[in-house]
Design a protein. Structure first.
Length: 458
C-alpha cells in the first residue's frame, strides 16, 4: 500500500477507496490511508469519512475530520457538531472547529462565537482564526475585541495584534538594517546606564553579554541580591529600548555561590538566570530558547570532593560544568520572516551559516582564562551567537564588555560593535589589544563618556 496506489483508488471514484479503508485491521494503516488522500475530487464520496467519526481511536477521528474539512462548503458539519460535546480529545475538538471555520460561511459565525467561550485556549484561538477571515466585519469585531481581556496570554496576543497594535511610521526609526555611524566600532569607558542615555531608540541588532556575577568579583559588589537584580533590570530595560524590533538579547549567566562566613554558617547559592527571567519578560522580552554551555569538568571548581570522601546522603554537591545562554527576542507582532526580508539578497547569502553548525542546545566549548580578566568570553561562544543571531553589517552590543572578546569577534565576522565597560583596567586592556588593520572598513575608537557624547551625530 503506497501513496501512489491510494491516489489511484481515490481518483477512480467508484468506492474502491472505501473498500481499502474497510479492509484495514489496524489503526496505523487506516491513518496512513487518510493522511495520504491529499486533495479530494469534486465528486468524492465522503460518507465513509463521517462513519469514521464513530471510530474508537482519536487519531482516526482526527484525520477523518481533516479530510471532511477539504470538502469546504460541500461538507456536512452537523455530524461534527454532534461529535463535539462528546469528544474528549483536544486535538479532535480543535480540528472540528477548524473544519467549520474553513467553510468560510457567514452562517457558521454564531457557531464560532460559541466556541469563543470554550475553556480550552487552543479552541478559542482556532475559533478566532476562523472568524478573522471575515475582514472588516463589524459583528465579528464586536465579538473579538473584548478578548483583549481574556485570561489566556496567547488569546490576548492574537487579539492585540489584530485590533490594538499600532504600526510604526517609517519616519519614526531608521530602516531596520541600518544604524548610526557614531555607534559603529565604539568602546565607551562608562557605566552602561550612563552611556545608554545617549543611544537612540532601535539602534542595536543584537546584544550578547555576560553580566557581572553577584558579589563574586571585586568589580561586581552590590548591597543586596535584590539590588543586583534591579540593576540588571534597568540595564535590560534600556537595552530593550535601543534594540530593533524583533531582534535578540542573549544573556550568559549561571547560578553563583557566595562562600559561607564561617564553618558555623552555610554558603548561599543564587539562581541568577531563573531569578532574572521574570524581570526580562515583564519588560517586553519574549523567551525563545535556553542554551547550555557545557565546560570540561577539569576547568571548574571541585565541589564534590567532600562528598567523595564521606558519601553521606544530603551532602551531595555536583561540580557545576554548565552555564546558561538565555535567548530572548524583543516582543513584536511581526514574525521572524519580516526581519529576514529586511535584508537584501546579497547580505542574506553572505550571512548564511556554513555546515558544521551546532544542532542542539548543548554547546561544548572550553572556557578561556586571562591574567587581566577573570571571566573571559571564549571566542567560539561569541562566534556562534553572532553567526546564528545577526547578519553582516549588523550592530552588536555588549554592555559589560570586559576584555572585549565580543567586539573583536564581531569585527572578524563582518559586523560592527558597540561596547561599554565601566572598569578602567579592562578598558585599557581592550585599548592595548587594538590593531590597525589595513583597509579596515571602520576603525575602532575608545572614548570616555564625554567624548562619546560629543561624537553623537543624528
Amino acid at each position: 500500500m503506497t501513496k501512489e496506489y491510494i491516489t489511484e483508488l481515490k481518483n477512480r471514484g467508484n468506492g474502491d477507496i472505501v473498500d481499502l479503508v474497510n479492509a484495514q485491521k489496524d489503526v496505523g494503516s487506516i491513518v496512513f490511508v487518510l493522511e495520504s488522500l491529499g486533495q479530494l475530487p469534486d465528486d468524492f464520496h465522503a460518507d465513509f469519512l463521517y462513519n469514521l467519526l464513530r471510530h474508537n481511536h482519536a487519531q482516526v477521528r482526527l484525520n477523518a475530520i481533516k479530510n471532511i474539512a477539504k470538502l469546504n462548503s460541500k461538507g456536512d458539519i452537523k455530524p461534527l457538531l454532534e461529535l463535539y460535546p462528546k469528544e474528549n480529545d483536544t486535538s479532535v475538538r480543535r480540528e472540528i472547529v477548524s473544519a467549520i471555520g474553513r467553510q468560510r460561511k457567514c452562517a457558521n459565525k454564531p457557531l464560532l462565537y460559541d466556541f469563543l467561550n470554550d475553556t480550552d485556549p487552543k479552541i478559542v484561538c482556532q475559533a478566532i482564526r476562523g472568524l478573522l477571515v471575515f475582514e472588516n466585519d463589524k459583528d465579528v469585531e464586536e465579538h473579538l475585541r473584548p478578548l483583549i481581556n481574556h485570561e489566556n496570554e496567547m488569546v490576548r496576543t492574537v487579539i492585540y495584534k489584530e485590533y490594538f497594535a499600532k504600526a510604526k511610521s517609517p519616519k519614526d526609526t531608521l530602516p531596520h538594517v541600518e544604524t548610526y555611524d557614531f555607534l559603529k566600532n565604539i568602546v565607551v569607558n562608562a557605566d552602561v546606564l550612563e552611556a545608554l542615555k545617549f543611544v537612540p531608540d532601535e539602534s542595536i541588532h543584537l546584544t550578547f553579554t555576560s553580566p557581572p556575577y553577584y558579589n563574586a568579583r571585586d568589580y561586581s559588589i552590590y548591597p543586596s541580591y535584590q539590588a543586583y537584580l534591579e540593576f540588571l533590570e534597568r540595564v535590560f530595560q534600556e537595552t530593550h529600548r535601543i534594540t530593533k524590533e524583533g531582534r535578540f538579547l542573549i544573556i550568559n549567566t549561571s547560578p553563583i555561590i557566595i562562600p559561607r562566613v564561617s564553618r558555623s554558617h552555610s554558603s548561599k547559592r543564587y539562581p541568577i538566570p531563573f531569578d532574572l527571567h521574570p524581570y526580562l519578560v515583564k519588560n517586553g522580552w519574549e523567551f525563545i530558547d535556553d542554551i547550555v554551555w557545557l565546560k570540561p569538568e577539569y576547568s571548574v571548581k571541585n565541589r564534590v570532593g567532600g562528598f567523595h570522601q564521606h558519601r553521606k546522603p544530603l551532602g551531595y554537591k555536583p561540580n557545576s560544568v554548565t552555564e546558561y545562554l538565555m535567548v530572548y527576542r524583543k516582543q513584536t507582532e511581526k514574525l521572524l520572516d519580516w526581519n529576514i526580508r529586511s535584508y537584501d539578497y546579497k547580505t542574506v547569502e553572505e550571512s548564511k551559516v556554513t555546515d558544521g553548525y551546532e544542532t542542539t542546545n548543548v554547546w561544548k566549548i572550553d572556557p578561556c582564562f586571562d591574567k587581566v580578566h577573570s571571566a573571559v568570553f571564549p571566542a567560539e561562544l561569541c562566534k556562534r551567537v553572532i553567526q546564528y543571531y545577526s547578519y553582516k553589517n549588523d550592530l552588536v552590543f555588549d554592555p559589560f564588555a570586559g576584555s572585549g572578546t565580543m567586539g573583536r569577534t564581531a569585527k572578524s565576522l563582518g559586523r560592527y560593535f558597540f561596547l561599554t565597560e565601566k572598569d578602567e583596567t579592562y578598558f585599557d586592556y581592550m585599548k592595548s589589544k587594538k590593531t590597525k588593520v589595513l583597509f579596515d572598513k571602520k576603525e575602532t575608537f575608545f572614548l570616555t563618556l564625554e567624548e562619546f557624547n560629543k561624537s553623537i551625530i543624528l
